[in-house]
Write a protein of this length. Structure first.
Length: 97
């Protein structure tokens, strides 16, 4: 599987619902960020949790989110950010920040 996103690309985390185990924090769902790094591919932990083999492997990215965009009323520095590992199937292309 090849990576769908490149370093520096704007993305949005899907806000879709998901029953059961999933590996995307609620506080980043629907939020825009920027791909910082592609970490490689791994077996899908969301299917591994239910006894499946986790295949096919899915790309994992480090995505940077501005703290002020994540937390209403955030009083830290304007350059503060949070970097989260996100599996590709939770990302959507072309998000505006």
């Amino acid at each position: 599987m090849s990576a769908a996103y490149q370093v520096g690309e704007k993305v949005r985390v899907s806000a879709r619902g998901h029953r059961g185990h999933h590996r995307v924090p609620l506080y980043i769902k629907g939020r825009a960020g920027v791909v910082e790094r592609m970490l490689g591919e791994e077996r899908n932990p969301e299917t591994l949790a239910y006894g499946e083999n986790g295949m096919p492997r899915v790309p994992v990215y480090q995505v940077r989110f501005d703290q002020q965009a994540l937390w209403p009323g955030y009083h830290g520095g304007g350059r503060d950010c949070l970097i989260v590992d996100v599996h590709e199937h939770w990302l959507e292309p072309g998000a505006e920040q």
